[in-house]
Ligand binder design. Structure first.
Ligand SMILES: Nc1ncnc2c1ncn2[C@@H]1O[C@H](COP(=O)(O)OP(=O)(O)OP(=O)(O)O)[C@@H](O)[C@H]1O
Ligand SMILES: [Mg+2]
Length: 383
């Protein structure tokens, strides 16, 4: 498992994950891939949601192609054989296991084979559409690079699951880093075992714990963790203020996990998404002028234009952070499109509705804080 791919190779692997299902991973990955391909970036999308493969739908294809299921079940099938050329010359995709199923929880050996297959892909950008939840496959695929994307919707459970996923990913990263150190490995095992309520440490505490074992190890642990530069995409905003929950998540991640979760952008809740699916066509071709299509295109542009993604050349004179930038983009998009917050009801009713949504949002944020306390104090998470 390497964290060096993005630094050494030109090709970038970008895994796309979400804690909770239905956050929009497949829709966003598919349309981002299309946009990258249209921009002349040689892109491959891999449908790694084994057991729930549906990426092809968002690209406008039927499930009549061989995919990862065939690759894994037939030793004569090579990975290149299951790569499908799309109508966009610079975009290919690898279907999941729609024809050969039953691989929802692959063994370590199979996971290793999948990692090797992905690392062998010849492309500028490899997008990996992952399944939801914190499975070993998701965690390993996410750690294939330092530039993963986390997708969440503006609801407390979605954001909390995103947090939990990141926490597990970072913990795994530490385990990987210290496989050769018996003492640190034993310490990490203890942390994982200790489920005493109220005593579960944050990742920062764990790094301190490692530091106590050996000062040099502490520095190494910090370095291993800070290599990860994930980006957040908040999807399905129904009003601009929904973005506040992203800022809460950022604070939480920074405080408890000690890393910065940057914002790649926000996508409005847009009826064009389901209309495109019904028309069996990709959103970015069915409704290229829709809010969601344009917002996804903007994120693809950010990736295409940053020479060293996940590092992005932000104009810090103009925005205080990537979140400040996303806020400006949201405000711009509200001007250009009638959503989010579009309503056919009268102005007065609309204000009331708006206040209701705001108070609901406040409740959600309060709930978020409460749940986080519970979450960090136990459950099935490793710390
Ligand atoms: N911005 C959006 N506005 C409206 N609908 C959306 C938006 N993004 C996604 N959807 C819809 O939400 C549903 C879930 O999206 P999608 O399948 O991409 O999620 P997912 O994270 O891949 O789910 P799973 O975890 O099941 O793989 C789909 O019906 C999709 O069309
Ligand atoms: Mg999906």
């Amino acid at each position: 498992m390497g964290m060096t791919i993005n630094q050494k190779a030109k090709r970038k692997i970008i895994p796309v994950a979400s804690g909770k299902g239905g956050a929009g991973k497949s829709l966003i990955t598919a349309n981002m891939g299309l946009r990258l391909g249209m921009a002349g970036v040689r892109t491959v999308i891999v449908d790694m949601d084994l057991g729930g493969s549906n990426l092809h739908t968002y690209l406008g294809y039927r499930n009549n192609h061989k995919g990862i299921g065939n690759y894994l079940s037939d030793s004569r099938t090579r990975f290149n054989d299951v790569m499908v050329q799309t109508h966009v010359p610079d975009l290919r995709f690898v279907p999941g296991d729609v024809l050969v199923t039953g691989l929802a929880s692959p063994t370590p050996a199979i996971r290793k084979k999948l990692v090797a297959a992905i690392e062998s892909i010849d492309a500028d950008i490899v997008l990996i559409d992952l399944g939801s939840g914190t499975t070993p496959l998701v965690v390993e695929m996410f750690l294939l690079s330092n530039s993963g994307l986390i997708i969440a919707t503006p609801e407390a459970p979605s954001v909390l699951n995103a947090y939990s996923l990141l926490k597990n990913v970072l913990f795994r990263q530490l385990q990987e880093e210290f496989t050769s150190s018996k003492r640190v490995t034993a310490y990490l095992k203890d942390v994982q075992k200790d489920k005493t309520p109220g005593s579960t440490p944050t990742l920062r505490d764990i790094v301190d714990g490692i530091q106590k074992i050996d000062r040099k190890n502490g520095t190494r642990a910090k370095k291993a963790v800070s290599q990860l530069k994930p980006h957040l995409i908040l999807n399905m905003l129904t009003q601009p203020d929904d973005f506040r929950i992203a800022e809460s998540l950022r604070e939480l991640v920074e405080r408890n996990l000690g890393i910065t979760l940057e914002s790649l952008g926000a996508v409005f809740d847009d009826p064009a998404c389901s209309q495109a699916v019904r028309a069996l066509r990709p959103l970015s071709e069915f409704a290229p002028e829709s809010a969601a299509a344009i917002q996804i295109e903007r994120m693809a542009q950010k990736i295409a234009q940053s020479e060293r993604f996940p590092d992005m050349p932000l104009d810090l004179e103009a925005y205080d952070s990537s979140y400040g930038l996303t806020r400006i983009e949201i405000a711009m998009d509200v001007e250009s499109f009638s959503q989010p917050g579009d309503s056919t009801v009268s102005g007065e009713a609309r204000d009331e509705e708006f206040l209701e949504v705001i108070s609901q949002q406040k409740r959600e944020i309060d709930q978020l804080k409460g749940t986080i306390r519970t979450l960090t104090a136990g459950s099935d998470s490793p710390f």
